[in-house]
Design a binder for this molecule. Structure first.
Ligand code: C2E
Ligand code: CA
Ligand code: CA
Ligand code: CA
Length: 279
């Protein structure tokens, strides 16, 4: 038993060292990712469940590294956040999304809203509003075609401060949504203070709602609650026809998920819009 305890300890140490090594490497490489043009945005459609039409898209960051390959956001967003690199990367994301969206509009495609994820560090950055404003005016994009996704845990962390920032952003004319809804702690009393447009039901609920009756009850409640507070409700991570049918039956507004489309590179997304594939 003693022997296996030691082996296990060595195993943990080795695992920890490789985690630290990976982190250090990612941190070092991420510092150059922007300058070396290794970052891209992919776009995933958001679809109106009633009409089946694409009504918007979420921009998702992709990092193509020459030797590490495609590094997923799960591996580098946290590092970017801790090192503060997310502020610069986030600025690039917002600008790129605005310019790309403007390019699609200028190419004659139906104007749609592009959503950008905002991390905690960016949200607390006093320059956020100015940078969003600059991205809009430099690209020429109408503010109503930009949406910021703020996670529930982010806005519920310091409610007074967050409400003030959300109100400022809202005054700029952009759309706002609360992402990963249901995974954090939300007080209904606080929720009504946020002038947001959308609640995004987290994909963990969508994944379990057809097998766990209690999860289904949560999903139905979030749809009803969100709509009664004046929000639109979108479900993310929709992968099956059965999930789609359930969400439709319970009058969820919009959906996003692999069933309709994975996140696509900009040219692929443009193709999808041109072909106007409906649900
Ligand atoms: P998120 O904002 O909750 O984004 C949704 C994630 O679910 C994305 O993962 C998306 O590719 C994935 N997804 C979409 N449909 C499905 C589906 O049907 N099934 C499953 N299993 N997954 C689906 P991704 O692109 O790996 O991003 C992970 C997270 O990284 C995002 O979660 C977001 O928190 C963060 N992230 C991505 N891009 C950015 C960014 O530009 N800025 C910031 N701050 N965070 C970002
Ligand atoms: Ca999101
Ligand atoms: Ca989400
Ligand atoms: Ca998430």
């Amino acid at each position: 038993a003693k022997e296996s305890g030691r082996n296990q300890l060595q195993f943990y140490e080795a695992a920890m060292h490789s985690r630290i090594a990976e982190r250090t490497m990612i941190e070092a490489e991420l510092r150059h990712a922007l300058a070396r043009d290794q970052l891209r945005l992919h776009y995933q459609p958001k679809v109106d469940l009633r009409t089946g039409a694409v009504v918007g898209m979420e921009a998702l960051l992709r990092w193509q590294h020459p030797t590490l390959g495609m590094v997923s956001p799960a591996r580098f967003i946290g590092v970017a956040e801790e090192t503060g690199l997310i502020v610069e990367i986030g600025r690039w994301v917002t600008r790129t999304a605005c310019f790309q969206n403007m390019a699609w509009q200028q190419a004659g495609l139906t104007p749609l809203r592009v959503a950008v994820n905002v991390s905690a560090r960016q949200f607390r950055d006093p320059g956020l509003r100015r940078e969003v404003q600059a991205a809009l005016s430099d690209s020429g994009l109408d503010p109503r075609y930009l949406e910021l996704e703020l996670t529930e845990s982010l806005v519920m962390h310091n409610v007074d401060g967050a409400v003030a920032v959300v109100k400022e952003l809202k005054r700029m004319g952009i759309a706002l949504s609360i992402d990963d809804f249901g995974t954090g702690y939300s007080s209904l009393a606080y929720l009504k203070l946020f002038p947001v447009d959308y609640l995004k039901i987290d994909q963990s609920f969508v994944r379990e709602m057809l097998t766990e009756p209690k999860v289904a009850a949560i999903v139905r409640s979030v749809i009803a609650l969100g709509q009664s507070l004046g929000f639109k409700v979108i479900a993310e991570g929709v992968e099956t026809e059965a999930q789609l049918a359930y969400l439709r039956r319970h009058q969820c507004d919009d959906m996003q998920g692999y069933l309709f489309s994975k996140p696509l590179p900009a040219d692929g997304f443009g193709e999808l819009l041109r072909s106007e594939r409906g649900l």
